[in-house]
Design a protein around this ligand. Structure first.
Ligand code: ATP
Length: 328
């Protein structure tokens, strides 16, 4: 493949925001400066590309953002970018600014957009996995996942205090529409009574049996963690079903929701995002296009976006066994 001369790179964040996105932007821009490139920021993801919200970035724009949650470039979900007309407008705007290459920080949807855009217009693009869901292949961890797990576990610790004081049964819903990575981590890290994830079905009867056994064993508190995309329903739905079968329990539901997206990125997310920002710029300069930069076994790996987004990254069977063994 022909290696293009790259002088101007634009970076954007797209889809759901994730802690560490700012650190990834900063590293991308700093790496660009290191290699004497002009760096641009596209505000509000692909929508901003279509609306021409593209600005040249200087050092001052990225100072003191490494430690901040969210994304200062803002993120968006753009319906227009899903249309050929929308993508054409975006391309025209990039041309106006003379942008040679793109760094897209986001989840599987955002990377799908980058892949399509590269195929249609040939602008070199590289992805950085930025999503709390950890549902991208080609990297052990995505930027934001570790912080989201820490936030979930800290919240569950607090819920456990009240659960223990009142002998309550809590159903805690964590994020994860299609992937149970946060739920499994939170389940192991907070000693859940049970963990329900989208990838595995747990019949309500089995959950009832588990809770009955725990009552017999005089467990002090019971916290059931449910990924929002669970096969048997969300936390509220499951709590309703359990209430009918175990009426003696004082049952409460907590939905952690967007709490999990916020907050300062953890050390792990800061370092991951920083490494991937540098990897993205260096990858582009080496002619690695239409790929996602990830880290596997502590080494930078470039995976074709088409492979990274396939959606076959699964919760590790071992992790699933650990959560099961430790909650009985
Ligand atoms: P998260 O994992 O947090 O949900 P995401 O990147 O998967 O993040 P999406 O809403 O799926 O979030 O995608 C973000 C944006 O990427 C969409 O709003 C759209 O603009 C673009 N996009 C997604 N899928 C496509 C597609 N098939 N074609 C073109 N653009 C797409």
């Amino acid at each position: 493949m022909e290696i293009k001369t790259i002088k101007k790179i634009a970076v954007l964040t797209s889809g759901g925001d994730a802690p560490g996105m700012n650190a990834a932007i900063r590293a991308t821009v700093r790496a660009g400066f290191f290699y004497n490139l002009e760096m641009y920021g596209v505000y509000r993801g692909y929508e901003g590309m279509i609306q021409n919200e593209i600005k040249k970035l200087e050092s001052k724009h990225i100072s003191h953002i490494l430690e901040r949650g969210g994304t200062f470039l803002k993120s968006a979900r753009s319906q227009d970018f899903r249309t050929p007309e929308g993508r054409n407008k975006a391309y025209e705007n990039l041309k106006k600014h003379g942008i040679d290459a793109l760094v897209v920080i986001g989840g599987d949807g955002s990377l799908t957009g980058a892949h399509l855009f590269y195929k249609e217009y040939g602008i070199p693009a590289i992805g950085i996995p930025g999503t709390i869901d950890n549902d991208l292949a080609g990297t052990d961890l995505t930027v934001g996942f570790d912080t989201a797990c820490n936030t979930a576990i800290q919240a569950i610790d607090k819920i456990r205090d009240t659960a223990t004081s009142h002998d309550r049964l809590f159903f805690v819903e964590v994020m994860g529409r299609d992937a149970g990575f946060i739920a499994i981590n939170a389940g192991i890290g907070s000693a859940a009574a049970a963990t329900l994830i989208p990838e595995k079905k747990m019949p309500i009867e089995r959950l009832v049996e588990r809770l009955k056994a725990r009552t017999k064993a005089m467990k002090q508190s019971n916290i059931v963690i449910i990924a929002e995309g669970g096969k048997s329903g969300g936390a509220a739905e499951i709590a309703e079903k359990i209430k009918k079968q175990l009426p003696y329990y004082d049952i409460k539901v907590t939905i952690l929701g967007h709490l999990q997206r916020g907050g300062a990125p953890s050390s792990l997310d800061r370092v991951l995002a920083s490494k991937l920002g540098v990897a993205a710029v260096e990858g582009l300069l080496q002619g690695k296009y239409d790929v996602m930069a990830g880290i596997i076994n502590n080494k930078v790996v470039y995976t074709p976006i088409a492979k990274a987004i396939i959606g076959n990254k699964e919760v590790d069977e071992y992790d699933f066994r650990v959560v099961k063994i430790l909650s009985t």
